[in-house]
Write a protein that binds this ligand. Sequence first.
Ligand code: PAF
Length: 326
Amino acid sequence: TITRHALVAAISGIATVGIALQAHAATEVNLGHTLSDSSHYSVGADAFKEALERLSDGEFTVTEHTSGSLGGEREMIEGLQIGTVDVVITSTGPLGNFVPETYVLDLPFLFENYDQARCVLDSELGDELLEKMGDHDLIGLAWTENGFRHLTNSQREIATPADTEGLRVRTMENEVHQEAFRQMGARPTPMAFPELFTALQQGTVDGQENPITVIVATNFWEVQDYLSLTGHVYSPAIVLGSPILLDGLSDEERGWFREAAVASAEATREEVSRLEREGVALLEENGMTVKTDIDVAPFQEAVQPAYEIFTSEYGTEMLERIQDKA
Ligand code: PAF
């Protein structure tokens, strides 16, 4: 005879197995980025989550890891290659270390405005660069956006390249950017973004450069008094997937990831445009002195050697194709 105790244990065992099976029905997708929950990347991450969960009818659930909780952008790209993270929204800052073909996009003053940059990235040329990720254990899902980068610092108003003389400026871990700042006269200090706020607070570096989107999302006014709208480089971003997850999926499933990434990029670009319209006023309200009327010609001239160094190493083909299109 079965005791009441044994019966209860058997039923609860069956229930546990049932719950476990249900839990396995959805695959959790871990998505990482380095910015805060209020940032344009979070707007993009939310759009990705909404689209993937809807398109897959709950087969995939997306968990967002924000504010660099999975590390800096370089570390997260490595994570994609070894499968510790599934999807990452990152600037191209550290990407050239993995996919050198993307360095061309980081050249200063390559694009004049948002329309031009978006148009190039949405063309077959952008698709070609997305494809290149495949040669480096990464999957390029869609081009998204960080924005035109501007210079902030704690020391003085910057109006000309000469004003940057000796200024310790944190740059991304990107050799094209470092060279450009060296040519201007500044002292470039490459550093992962999660370390930056403390470095500015402690005075390890005097300045940094990032789009309005990032300056707003990171409350940089707390540690930086001056902003100069240099717009010295357009900073593309990309939604990358891990081949460890995506290679094991069907074409239909991979299609959902691509579609979700495109939805993410659209939402992000809209948020970037909104912050371009409203962000400067917000930064001024928070006490930053903003220099808006910058003559960019001397900056353009100062960074010219970065082009020569780039083309001597990577050739001119892609650069010329972009310049023809832009
Ligand atoms: O400065 C950077 O490293 C990047 O612009 C950031 C803020 C991580 C966004 O991609």
